[in-house]
Design a protein around this ligand. Sequence first.
Ligand code: ZN
Length: 338
Amino acid sequence: METLSPREWLRGLPKCELHLHLEGTIVPETLVQLSARNDAEPLTLEAARTLYVYENFLGFLMAFKAVSERLQTPADYELITYEMIHRLAEQGVKHAEVYISVGIILRFKTQITVEEMMAAVERGRMRGEADFGTTVLWIFDAVRHFGPEEAAVVFTKAAQLKAQYPSIVGIGIGGDEARGPASDFKHIYEEAKANGLHLTVHAGENVPASSIWAAINIGAERLGHALTAVDDPELLDILAERQIPLELNVTSNLRTGCCSSIDKHPVRHYFERGLMITLNSDDPPMFGADLLDEYETVQREFEFTNEQMREIAANSVEASFLQPTRKIKLLQAVEQYR
Ligand SMILES: [Zn+2]
């Protein structure tokens, strides 16, 4: 029997991507297309590539903003959604839960409403799902350093639009943790939960573990990054005991400088301690790695067996916000994969 390369085996492994930003999936080639449509002086491919080169976390946030600002029309949103699903399917991703930076749209985009954006990404999603088979659910992301009042507007939009678009399943806060402590969002997280939305929080990416405690205290069902939990044994015990899913992003942490080198990343340590870890790509072209690259890198660098990678893929299904029937089907597919 022909043996697959590790990469091809991982490609065939059914898996979910749970931490992916729609605006962070735009490759430089697509950015050039968007710029030709929308900029008075269109970007060259070289200039577009330069935007993806930055030196620190704030530089990354600036790059993210620069890309996000070039998304203007409904057609732009439809295009990037469709292209994202195409690329996910090519990596063997069966389902993805995707953050949309609604906080950025509300603050900076005067030419498109959240309603128009939503109708457009839904057109892209339905075409993409039909053509490639990978499903997508949406999470409305607020920018924490814009404060809880602006986040409240984002979460209210999510609750309102959810009736029309059941693909909206949750809310989250991203951005600069140091300037937007989770505790400030407790009340609006309670409201979002009461409105039937799932709760996620980016926590412990570039600030101490207290930020992760704060996220748990406002009811986070999934934690984005949770990198600094490694410094807090008591927190690790809680995460293991409660099996709170962690949306880990190894390559992202290295590229933003939040983790100084790959051997210092706690992914293996978390796994050994029985934490419920998932692997994710965050903003693939900005970090030079999609989810398949991420699986390949983590397996190689941390010497996970195929059986362990299967367990991590199963975690991604279990930690998703999918309906139980679909979860069971996907879990069976993971178990049966050889
Ligand atoms: Zn993120």
